[in-house]
Design a protein around this ligand. Structure first.
Ligand code: ADP
Ligand code: MG
Length: 707
C-alpha cells in the first residue's frame, strides 16, 4: 500500500503540481476474489485536476482493521469531486422532444419507482458497451460497478457507473433527444450483434427521462472512455432546456444526481430504494451497491446452462421468485432459440396449493424479465390460466414490449410463446410421470384440479387432449391404488374397440358395487373409476381422446337400449318373473310412480341390484341438476331427466313385489317408492336423502311387526 502511494506521488511530482490525497476508500470485506481487494485513491492538484487510482491492497493490510469494524466494510466510489470549468453551453430540447418529455414525466410509466430500474439499466448498458470494446481490443477490464447513494438530508439519489461514459456530443444527442437510443445505435453499428444484443437493455430512448418524474433537477457528470476525453456536466430541470459544460474531477463513466421533488423524497430513503432495486434490478450483470452495500448477489440462473445450476441455487432462487419458504418439487429449466428465444425456469411448489391458489382469478404467477430486468412480477398472459400454480421466470428477447416496457401487447407472438411453454410443460410432466410414477401421483393428487380446469376451459380439442395426457385414474383392470392414464388405457384396448369407458363414483367400493358397473361387466370392458367431483365435467368436455370416444358406463347402457342390443338372460326361467308377470308389474309400477318416471323396463344386465335408473347423458344431467338448484321434487327432476326405471326380474325384491302388489298394496307401494328412491340415490341424482327417512321408518316398523 505504502509503496503504491509513493509511486502515485512520484507520478504527481511528474505532473509538477502539488498533490494531496482527497479520498481514501477502503476496499470492502468479503468480496469473492482477492484481486477485488482494491483501494481507490484520489489525488487533487491545486488547479483542480484530479488523478484517481485504484490500488490493489494486500489482504494482510486492511483485513485486520476491516474485520474489527464490521460497519466500515462498505464499498463506494461516489464522491463529490467535480468542479466546473469553461463556458456553459445552453441547449434547447427539440420542440417534439419537449412534448415527449412531458408525456414521459407525467404519464408513460404507471409507477414512479421505475426510474431507478431505468437508470440502472442504462448503467448496465454503459458497462456492457465498455466491456465489449475492451474485450474486442484485447485490453484488461477495470472495475465494473454500479453505485447508488441516497441522501435523505439533501433529498438526492445518485447513481454512478464505471461504464463507457459520454462525450460532449453524445451528451447532447443521447440525452438531448428523446426517442434516440444511443444503445440501439451502438448495437446497429456492431458487426456481430447476436452476442451483445441479448445483453444491451436499452432500445427506446426514453428511459433516462423517467428521472424527471421524480426530479426537479437532474445533474449528469460523464467522462467518456475514449482516450483523452474530458469530463462534462449536463444539467436540466426538465422544462425544455439543458446545459452542458466541461467539468474537472469527473471520474470515468457516468454519475447522475437526482434532486428529488418534495413529494418524491421517499427515493432518498435507503430502505425504499433497496426494495425497488431488489424488485427490478436484482439480476443485473454487474455488481450493484447501495450506500456501499452489495445488492445483487443472486445470479440470473435462467440465463445459464441448465447443467451449471445446482439444486441449492434453484432452491434459493425459487424462494426469491415465489416469495415462498418451501422448495420446488419439480424444476424445469428450459432454454431454446426456436421457434422463439426463451430462457425460462419453472417450479412446482412442494406445498399443496391452498384454496386461495385454486380460486384465484388471475392468470399466471410467472415473472417476466427482459434481459435480466424485471418487466412484470406476474405476467398473466405468458402461461395459460390453468398453469397458474407454476412459479418461475421467463426471459425472452423476442417479447414485444411497449415504450414503457411495462405492458405486454397481446399479440400473435405472445400467443405463440404461451403455446410453446404449455406444450413444453405438458411434455415435462408426462416425462416425470414415467420417471417416478409415485411422485407424479402425489403431484396429480395435489394439482389435478388445475389440469381438469385446463381441459374444461380450453376450446381447442387438440390442446384438451394434450392436457388430458396428465390425467390419472384407477381402473377396473388394475388393483386398487394403482393409477393409469388414458394413453395406457388405449394400449390395453382390444383391437376394434373404439370407446374408453369410465364411471364416476365417490370411491372404488361404490364404483364396483354400482348397478351401472354391474351392468357393464357383461361387456367385459375395462372401466376407469373417477372419484373427484370435477372428473365427470372434465370427461364430458373432453369427449374424445386419441380418436377414441369417452363414454360413461351410465350413458352406454342407454345407448345400448337405443341400439336395441339384446342381453340374454342366462338364468333358468323359474328363477325370474315370467314375461306376463313382468308386464303386469311394470304397468303397476308406472301407475304408482306416475310422473316420476318416463318409462319402466326389464333389464337382464343387473345381478345384485333390484333396479337402476337410466337417463340419456347421465353425467350432463347430474351436472345440470347440481348447478340449477331449482328441481327439488322428484316430479320436477323427472321432467328434466326423463328417467327410465330398469328392473331386474330375477331379484328377490322384484319377485316379492309382484306378489305383494295384490295382497298388500299399501306395503308394495312403500317398497316401490323406496326401490325407486334407492335407484335415484345410486345414480347420484338425490342430494338430500332426509325426506325418505319417514318412509324408511314405516318400512322398518313393518319388518318388525311379526317379531
Ligand atoms: P435507451 O436506454 O432505451 O437507449 P435512455 O433514454 O434510457 O434510452 O437513454 C438514452 C441514451 O443515453 C442511451 O441509449 C445511452 O446512449 C445514453 N446513456 C444513458 N445513460 C447512460 C450512462 N449511464 N452511460 C452512458 N450512456 C448513457
Ligand atoms: Mg435506458
Amino acid at each position: 500500500m505504502a509503496r503504491a502511494l509513493q509511486s502515485l506521488f512520484r507520478w504527481g511530482h511528474y505532473l509538477r503540481a502539488p498533490l494531496r490525497v482527497s479520498a481514501l476508500v477502503a476496499g470492502p470485506r468479503g468480496r469473492p476474489a482477492r484481486s477485488f481487494w482494491r483501494t481507490t485513491v484520489q489525488l487533487e492538484s491545486s488547479c483542480g485536476k484530479l488523478a484517481t487510482a485504484s490500488i490493489p491492497v494486500a489482504r494482510t493490510y486492511s483485513t485486520q482493521a476491516a474485520e474489527n469494524k464490521e460497519e466500515e466494510a462498505l464499498h463506494s466510489i461516489i464522491n463529490s469531486t467535480e468542479t466546473m470549468q469553461g463556458a456553459t453551453s445552453k441547449h434547447e430540447f427539440q420542440a417534439e422532444t419537449k412534448k415527449l418529455l412531458d408525456i414521459v414525466a407525467r404519464s408513460l410509466y404507471s409507477e414512479k419507482e421505475v426510474f431507478i430500474r431505468e437508470l440502472i439499466s442504462n448503467s448496465s448498458d454503459a458497462l456492457e458497451k465498455l466491456r465489449h470494446q475492451l474485450v474486442r481490443d484485447g485490453q484488461a477490464l477495470p472495475e465494473m460497478e454500479i453505485h447508488l447513494q441516497t441522501d435523505s438530508e439533501k433529498g438526492t439519489i445518485i447513481i454512478q457507473d464505471t461504464g463507457i461514459g459520454m462525450t460532449q456530443e453524445e451528451l447532447v444527442s443521447n440525452l438531448g433527444t428523446i426517442a434516440r437510443s444511443g444503445s440501439k445505435a451502438f448495437l446497429d453499428a456492431l458487426e456481430n450483434q447476436a452476442e451483445a444484443s441479448s445483453k444491451i437493455i436499452g432500445q427506446f430512448g426514453v428511459g433516462f427521462y423517467s428521472a424527471f418524474m421524480v426530479a426537479n433537477k437532474v445533474e449528469v457528470f460523464s467522462r467518456s472512455a475514449a482516450p483523452g476525453s474530458p469530463g462534462y456536466q449536463w444539467l436540466s430541470d426538465g422544462s425544455g432546456v439543458f446545459e452542458v459544460a466541461e467539468a474537472a474531477g469527473v471520474q470515468p463513466g457516468t454519475k447522475i444526481i437526482i434532486h428529488l421533488k418534495s413529494d418524491c423524497r421517499e427515493f432518498a430513503s435507503e430502505a425504499r430504494v433497496r426494495d425497488v432495486v431488489t424488485k427490478y434490478s436484482n439480476f443485473v450483470s454487474f455488481p450493484l451497491y447501495l450506500n456501499g452495500r452489495r445488492m445483487n448477489t443472486l445470479q440470473a440462473i435462467w440465463m445459464m446452462e441448465a447443467k451449471d445450476v445446482d439444486t441449492e441455487q434453484h432452491e434459493e432462487f425459487y424462494r426469491y421468485i415465489a416469495q415462498a419458504s418451501d422448495r420446488p418439487r419439480y424444476t424445469l429449466h428450459y432454454r431454446t432459440d426456436v421457434p422463439l428465444n426463451i430462457c425460462s425456469i419453472f417450479y412446482v411448489p412442494e406445498m399443496k396449493p391452498s384454496m386461495f391458489d385454486v380460486s384465484r382469478e388471475l392468470g399466471s404467477s410467472v415473472a417476466l424479465y427482459s434481459r435480466k430486468v424485471l418487466i412484470q412480477t406476474k405476467a398473466a398472459d405468458i402461461l395459460p390460466k390453468w398453469l397458474r400454480f407454476i412459479r418461475g421466470v421467463v426471459d425472452s428477447e423476442d417479447i414485444p414490449l411497449n415504450l414503457s416496457r411495462e405492458l405486454l401487447q397481446e399479440s400473435a407472438l405472445i400467443r405463440k410463446l404461451r403455446d410453446v411453454l404449455q406444450q413444453r410443460l405438458i411434455k415435462f410432466f408426462v416425462d416425470q410421470s414415467k420417471k417416478d410414477p409415485e411422485k407424479y401421483a402425489k403431484f396429480f393428487e395435489d394439482y389435478g384440479l388445475f389440469m381438469r380446469e385446463g381441459i374444461v376451459t380450453t376450446t381447442d380439442q387438440e390442446v384438451k387432449e394434450d392436457i388430458a395426457k396428465l390425467l390419472r385414474y384407477e381402473s377396473s383392470a388394475l388393483p386398487a391404488g394403482q393409477l393409469t392414464s388414458l394413453v395406457d388405457y388405449g394400449s390395453r384396448m382390444q383391437a376394434g374397440s373404439r370407446n374408453i369407458y369410465y364411471l364416476c363414483a365417490p370411491s372404488r367400493l361404490l364404483a364396483e358395487h354400482s348397478p351401472y358397473y354391474e351392468a357393464m361387466k357383461q361387456k367385459n370392458m375395462e372401466v376407469l373409476f373417477c372419484y373427484e367431483q370435477f372428473d365427470e365435467l372434465t370427461l364430458l368436455h373432453l369427449q374424445e381422446f386419441d380418436k377414441k370416444k369417452l363414454i360413461s358406463v351410465e350413458t352406454d347402457i342407454v345407448v345400448d337400449h337405443y341400439k336395441e342390443e339384446k342381453f340374454e338372460d342366462t338364468a333358468p326361467a323359474t328363477e325370474r318373473l315370467s314375461e306376463k308377470e313382468a308386464e303386469d308389474l311394470m304397468a303397476w309400477i308406472r301407475n304408482v310412480l306416475g310422473s316420476r318416471v318416463t318409462n319402466v323396463k326389464v333389464t337382464f344386465r343387473l345381478d345384485t341390484h333390484p333396479a337402476m335408473i337410466t337417463v340419456l347423458e347421465m353425467g350432463a344431467a347430474r351436472h345440470f341438476l347440481r348447478m340449477q338448484q331449482l328441481a327439488k321434487t322428484h316430479e320436477e327432476r323427472a321432467q328434466i331427466l326423463q328417467p327410465t326405471l330398469e328392473i331386474n326380474p330375477r331379484h328377490a325384491l322384484i319377485k316379492k313385489l309382484s306378489q305383494l302388489r295384490e295382497r298388500e298394496p299399501e306395503l308394495a307401494q312403500l317398497l316401490v317408492d323406496q326401490i325407486y328412491e334407492n335407484a335415484m340415490i345410486t345414480a347420484g341424482l338425490v342430494d338430500d336423502p332426509r325426506p325418505m327417512v319417514g318412509r324408511l321408518t314405516q318400512l322398518l316398523t313393518r319388518a318388525l311387526e311379526k317379531h
